[in-house]
Design a protein around this ligand. Structure first.
Ligand SMILES: [Zn+2]
Length: 230
């Protein structure tokens, strides 16, 4: 079934597992975001139109009166927010363009950028994941502007996500861009689907990590952890 058809007609596939269970266990199915081949065959504007229509349906089903001044514009606002903001990392055209520089200072030690705040959304509940990413790499001769690391984190965060995949996607991307194996990513995040609903645990956070190349060595890892805790 083509994307347009799926979007316009709700399809009920047979379900042979428990959605609730899968959702709360936060199982990640693959490293790649499960995206359809025809994901970008329709324009952003058309997507907004279709999403607004569907969201209107959700609100109406909940019993809300869309004639109310305050609610009237919500379907359109949500659609615009999904496509232009919180899920715009789905579209490869929004991937940040990264320029590499020669490592002129011959700085061959570990570089750590910590506490990069990001906002993502859990792909199982579509509620926020709010966290901090700590990123580190050892230059192989190339460096990138520090703000570009923030942009890469932001790009992958702006997708429906699971934290494990977000961590790996950032790590893999940095490896590719920086042309080095020596990359580490640590993410500490709060999942609103855990704190604001379900088990309602407001104090727990989840930590995930990605260590590649030299960061697999105990001493390198220890050095990184030292910087993160200071
Ligand atoms: Zn969730």
């Amino acid at each position: 079934m083509k994307l347009k058809e799926t979007l316009l007609f709700t399809q009920h596939d047979s379900i042979d597992y428990n959605y609730d269970e899968i959702g709360d266990e936060h199982v990640s199915s693959s490293l790649e975001t499960p995206i359809r081949e025809d994901a970008f065959e329709i324009s952003d504007n058309k997507k907004k139109e279709i999403i607004a229509d569907h969201f209107k349906g959700i609100m109406e089903t909940l019993g809300l009166d869309l004639n109310d001044d305050s609610l009237m514009g919500t379907p359109h606002r949500v659609a615009k927010m999904y496509v232009d903001e919180i899920f715009n990392g789905l579209n490869p055209k929004n991937k940040p363009k990264i320029a590499l520089f020669e490592n002129k200072y011959q700085y061959n030690e570990m570089l750590v950028e910590k506490n990069i705040t990001f906002y993502s959304n859990c792909e199982h509940h579509f509620v926020p994941i709010i966290g901090k990413a700590h990123v580190s790499y050892i230059s192989s001769g190339k460096v990138i502007g520090l703000s570009k690391i923030n942009r890469i984190v932001e790009y992958f965060a702006k997708r429906p996500q699971v934290q494990e995949r977000l961590t790996n996607q950032i790590g893999n991307e940095l490896k590719e861009i920086l042309e080095t194996e020596d990359v580490a990513v640590i993410i500490d995040a709060k999942h609103l689907c855990v704190s604001s609903r379900g088990i309602k645990d407001d104090t727990s956070t989840t930590t995930t990590s990605y260590y590649s190349g030299k960061f697999k060595n105990k001493s390198t890892k220890k050095e990184l952890h030292h910087y993160l805790s200071s």
